[in-house]
Write a protein that binds this ligand. Structure first.
Ligand code: GLN
Length: 276
């Protein structure tokens, strides 16, 4: 069997199972197994696969058919051009979240103190640290299992950050110039409508924003001011229908220059403001 034949088989299997991006997933799984990239498979598609490669691929395709997320099979996800380890204990880093990192970076200067509330895999904090100099980063999360993954990611990227187990600000100390957060923001009753990959495989604690999805924004807006220097900024990722609520909360709490930014799909995705 050749690469091309194996790929076609995998694609057929995933398409039949109704996997959204069947062609992409079939290709990425094959590339992972063969240790090749797209152009190699295009040019050398008629080369034979080994029996070992075929078996591994069949195994991966079966997993993906059963709705296990691609990133759980691969064990990683790219984010901000960096590779993050991913396990079922952390939210899979999303491309939309890069908007949050990019907005924060516009206001981040060397040597600043950054707090990432609900850090999960650590992808936001570690990206900010990777693309700045001498910043001091702290990532807080209630989940010890998530913090373990965040710590591994820091190690893999050769970065230093302080990861602390904390129910929101409970164990947070000190003051920061920048607080970033992509908290759980899905209303509880919307969770059953999510894709199986998400609702059955990603950590509920990373998704569930309780009744109206805004619980964590309320808590963080209320408390963050005690942990921000004067002139410090709070950045949130939000669900696309939450801009009005979250910016309203921030204005009411006295944040200045409250701004909403859109993602690449033109949807509201980030809200930030300054403590003055
Ligand atoms: N901060 C992490 C991320 O954006 C985790 C977010 C979460 O668990 N809600 O990927």
């Amino acid at each position: 069997m050749t690469y091309q034949e194996l790929y076609k088989w995998g694609l057929g299997q995933l398409a039949e199972a109704g996997i959204a991006e069947a062609d992409l997933d079939a290709r990425l799984l094959l590339e992972e197994i063969c240790g090749t990239n797209r152009s190699y498979l295009l040019v050398h598609g008629d080369e034979p696969v080994t029996e070992e490669q075929r078996e591994s691929y069949v195994n991966y395709i079966e997993k993906r058919r059963s709705r296990i997320p691609l990133q759980h099979i691969l064990g990683y996800q790219e984010f901000m051009g960096l590779r993050f380890k991913v396990t079922p204990d952390v939210l899979i880093p999303r491309q939309d979240t890069e908007i949050l990192v990019e907005e924060a970076m516009k206001h981040l200067h060397d040597g600043m103190h950054i707090l990432d509330m609900c850090t999960g895999s650590g992808c936001i904090l570690l990206s900010l640290l990777r693309y700045s100099n001498d910043c001091i980063g702290c990532g807080a999360d209630i989940s010890e299992a998530a913090l373990f993954v965040a710590g591994e990611n820091a190690k893999n990227l050769n970065l230093e950050a302080d990861f602390i187990q904390s129910n929101l600000f409970e164990n947070v100390e000190g003051k920061y110039e920048i607080i970033v957060s992509n908290p759980p923001y899905i209303p509880t009753d919307v969770i059953p409508t999510l894709m199986e990959e998400v609702k059955d495989h990603e950590p509920m604690g990373a998704l569930d924003g309780y009744d109206d999805g805004l619980y964590f924004y309320r808590e963080i807006v209320k408390n963050a001011k005690d942990y921000l220097f004067l002139g410090g900024m709070l950045f949130f990722e939000i669900g696309c229908e939450q801009a009005e609520d979250v910016s309203g909360m921030m204005k009411e709490a006295g944040y200045q220059g409250v701004t909403v930014c859109k993602d690449l799909a033109g949807l509201d995705r980030v809200v930030y403001g300054t403590k003055l």
